[in-house]
Every structure is written in structure tokens, then in C-alpha cells.
Design a protein around this ligand. Structure first.
Ligand SMILES: Cc1cc2nc3c(=O)[nH]c(=O)nc-3n(C[C@H](O)[C@H](O)[C@H](O)COP(=O)(O)OP(=O)(O)OC[C@H]3O[C@@H](n4cnc5c(N)ncnc54)[C@H](O)[C@@H]3O)c2cc1C
Length: 409
């Protein structure tokens, strides 16, 4: 089959590698204008489906990761409240992305000096950057026609037997297929960052490396774990510690405007990228961390060079197969999950592995869709529930204000 994948991030690449591995001809269309995506995230918890994907389609090179043997819950003073044995591996968004690019089109490193708009590719796989899909239509011979704008600003129509839309939270294809589904802001943000392990005190390293560490307070959740350092280095000292602080930030509030306005005055809709956070906002967050978070988190924040902000968004679809199963919605385009579940990447791997079963004739399209929707809905429900249990966001508009005690004093 000729397969087009719209979106060349984690989900698009997972699908692309599987389709290529099963002998199909695949082109990935990615609107980002340079050959490699800019780094988007920090740590990724590796779930069962990602591990299965690498076992089946990952080739000989292992994905660099850090092994965590416990989950540790801290109290506000940094003492251990609870310790649960649980093995989970963690990696970074960048390492996963470059591993997948290597598997898909054989590009081993970031060469942003490249000028071609198509990577050299490996047999049956093309990664076309700077190509933005804008329309989807059924073509007369039963194929799907994807309208796209190319880097030369020309338009083009590409034909495919199967189209996978892995175009993220703001999915163009979802808007076309399901115009009634809206992307909702959950009412809180994740303030995040990474810090080199060697910069941290022994007291922090002993708690936060080798464990996934949680602090749950009123209107707060904070999570930290180690990930491999640049180029996958995972020796002690070389690793990074990834931290996240979820906190309420009501839509349209002064706090919302301040938080999302970067050092250059640009107002971002969902993400303030690393290094762009307003200095006054960051200084205030460092002060708040000392009052509201265990000291381990306050130290990690103090030593973070490039924090960033991500708004927590919800998206969930009632169906994700269209045009007789020739157009599929996948990844964040189908279910934008709250990061508490640590499952966004894993859900994409699950969907891609299910596609392998479909392409091998082991299941039909209804079974693929039912499995994907069922899992997406369940993970979405769990993410919303965790947020509510932590007093984060709320459908009723009742939001826990963690600074009210400071203001009242
Ligand atoms: C700022 C940020 C930080 C994150 N950090 C983490 C993290 O630390 N850990 C974690 O587990 N998850 C993280 N995530 C989520 C994780 O990246 C995604 O859940 C996972 O990558 C699967 O997403 P996706 O590939 O479906 O969508 P995305 O990663 O959003 O990719 C969609 C891709 O489609 C492209 N695209 C969009 N529209 C078009 C179009 N019309 N034509 C062509 N291309 C198009 C976009 O440029 C993008 O590259 C983060 C997400 C964001 C936004």
C-alpha cells in the first residue's frame, strides 16, 4: 500500500516504522520547516507498549533509558511518606525521537544545515519536512487525496491507500473529520525542566535518581525522575533529573496571561518553550516552590537553566476511523491525555502495534477502532481523575488556590 502519515513526531514515526517494516511504501508529511523537530519535552515514562514496540521493531540498538525500581511519595518537608516497589524505565523525548528517526529514515544525528526537503530515506520511507497537510478527500478510484502546502509555497495533492493523522493536539484532520470535538484547557499548567544530576546535592540525588518521586499537596502535584543525559549517557552524574510541577492557572486570569507571555512579549497558546519563560514569573515560582514544595523540588528548580511551561489540554474523540477505515486518527490527535498518566507515548505505540495486527489481517478495522477508543477514553478518564484528586482544574470551576494562605497572612 501507499501510506501517508501526517505529522512526523513520536506517534507518526511509530506508525511509519511499523508500516515500513510490514513492506508498505510510507511518506511522512511534517510541517516543521527543518529536517528535525525542535526538542519538545523532557522525560518520558516508558510503558509496556513502547517496550513491546522496541522489542518487535526496534532493531539492534537499545533505546537509552534509566531504570527506576520504586515510586516514592514525599511529604512537604521532604520525608518519605510511602515507598512502593515498581519497575519503570524512563528516557527523554529527544532520545526517543532520534531513535525513531534512525529506524524510520536512517538519519542518525541533527544536521539542521541540510537543505533538501526530503530526507535521503531508507527503502520505502520518506520524511518530508516543511509539508503541511490542509485537506483530505476521497479520490475517485477509492484512494485518499491529501492536499498539502510544500516549502516552496506551492500546493500539491498526494494519493494514498491509507492515511494516518498523527498531527497532534491541534489536529487539522480531526477538525475536518470531527468538527464538533473541541480542544479544552483543563485549567492548570505543568511547569517543567531538567537539571544535570552532577549539579544536585547528594540529598536530592539519593531520593530522585532510581525512583519516580511524587509530592501531592492541595492544588499541587509534583513529579521527578532521572533520564539519560545528552547522547544517551546514563552513568551516574551524566544523567538529568526531570521535574514537573502541576499548578492551577485559571483561563483568562492575570496569572494565565503572565505565565504564557514570554521574555520577548509573545503570548503563547499552549507552550512557553525552554529558555523563553519570563524572568519575573520564574523568580516568583522559585519563591513559591520554597513555600509549597518539598526541599528536593525547590533545589531542582533553583538549579534549572531553561524551565518551560505546558498548558494541560484535553481532547477525546468518539471515533478514530473514517472513510471506510482509510483515514485514521492517532496519538494526541485522537486523545490528548493529561501527562499525570505518563501514557501519551505509550498510547501511540499501542495504536501503532494494533495497526500492525490490522495490516496482517489479524483484526478488522472495527476491532482496531474499538481497542483504540476504549483505551483512549480510559486513560483520559484516569488523567482527569488524578487532576481532580490533586485539586487541579475542575469542571465546576472550583480551583484550589494555593497562595490564598500567603495573601491572607
Ligand atoms: C511541550 C510538550 C512537552 C511534552 N513533553 C512530554 C514529556 O516530557 N513526556 C511525554 O511523555 N510526553 C510529552 N509530551 C507529549 C508527547 O510529546 C506526545 O504525547 C507524543 O509525542 C505523541 O504525540 P503526537 O506525535 O501524537 O503529537 P505531537 O508530538 O504533537 O506531533 C504532531 C506533529 O504533527 C505536526 N503537524 C501538525 N499539523 C500538521 C499538518 N497539518 N501537516 C503536517 N504536520 C503537522 C506537528 O508539527 C508535530 O510535529 C509533550 C508534549 C508537548 C506539546
Amino acid at each position: 500500500m501507499e501510506i501517508i502519515i501526517i505529522g512526523g513526531s513520536i506517534c507518526g514515526l511509530l506508525f511509519g516504522i511499523i508500516c515500513k517494516g510490514l513492506g508498505h511504501s510510507v511518506q511522512v508529511l511534517e510541517r516543521w520547516p527543518t529536517p528535525f523537530l525542535s526538542p519538545r519535552g523532557a522525560g518520558i515514562v516508558l510503558g509496556e507498549s513502547v517496550e513491546s514496540f522496541f522489542a518487535l521493531f526496534g532493531g539492534p540498538l537499545p533505546l537509552p533509558s534509566v531504570r527506576n525500581s520504586h515510586r516514592v511519595f514525599l511529604d512537604r518537608r521532604g520525608g518519605t511518606l510511602r515507598r512502593i516497589e515498581r519497575d519503570q524505565n524512563t528516557t527523554s523525548w529527544e532520545l526517543l525521537y532520534y531513535s525513531l528517526r534512525r529506524l524510520f529514515d536512517g538519519l542518525p544525528s541533527n544536521d539542521s544545515g541540510a537543505t533538501a526537503t526530503t530526507s535521503p530515506g531508507t527503502s520505502g520511507a520518506r520524511y518530508r519536512f516543511g509539508c503541511e497537510a490542509s485537506s483530505i478527500a476521497l479520490h475517485e478510484h477509492g484512494q485518499i487525496e491529501v492536499g498539502l502546502a510544500t516549502p516552496a509555497k506551492s500546493t500539491e495533492a498526494a494519493l494514498a491507500d491509507l492515511v494516518v493523522a498523527a498531527d497532534g493536539f491541534n489536529s487539522t484532520v480531526r477538525k475536518i473529520m470531527l468538527p464538533g470535538v473541541v480542544l479544552d484547557y483543563a485549567g492548570y499548567i505543568a511547569l517543567r525542566g531538567t537539571v544535570p544530576e552532577r549539579d544536585l546535592s547528594d540529598a536530592v540525588v539519593s531520593v530522585c535518581v532510581g525512583s519516580i518521586v511524587f509530592y501531592n499537596g492541595p492544588g499541587i502535584q509534583a513529579v521527578a525522575y532521572a533520564i539519560p543525559g545528552p547522547r544517551g549517557l546514563s552513568e551516574p552524574g551524566d544523567r538529568l533529573v526531570n521535574w514537573v510541577w502541576y499548578q492551577n492557572c485559571p483561563a483568562g486570569s492575570d496569572q494565565d496571561r503572565e505565565m504564557m507571555t514570554d521574555i520577548d512579549g509573545t503570548v503563547h497558546r499552549t507552550t512557553v518553550p525552554p529558555g523563553k519563560l519570563n524572568q519575573a514569573v520564574w523568580s516568583r515560582q522559585l519563591r513559591r516552590a520554597k513555600t509549597h514544595l518539598p526541599p528536593q523540588f525547590a533545589e531542582m528548580m533553583e538549579k534549572t537553566a531553561k524551565p518551560f511551561v505546558q498548558k494541560i489540554m484535553d481532547a477525546a474523540v468518539p471515533k478514530c476511523a473514517f472513510r471506510n477505515g482509510k483515514v485514521l486518527l492517532a496519538g494526541d490527535a485522537a486523545f490528548g491525555l493529561r501527562p499525570h498518566t505518563g501514557s501519551s507515548t505509550d498510547q501511540a505505540a499501542f495504536q501503532a502495534l494494533k495497526l500492525a495486527e490490522l495490516l496482517r489481517g489479524l483484526i478488522d478495522i472495527d476491532q482496531w477502532e474499538s481497542a483504540v477508543v476504549h483505551r483512549g477514553m480510559e486513560l483520559h478518564r484516569i488523567g482527569v481523575q488524578i487532576g481532580m484528586e490533586c485539586g487541579l482544574g475542575s469542571p465546576s470551576g472550583l480551583i484550589v488556590d494555593i497562595d490564598s494562605d500567603i495573601r491572607a497572612a
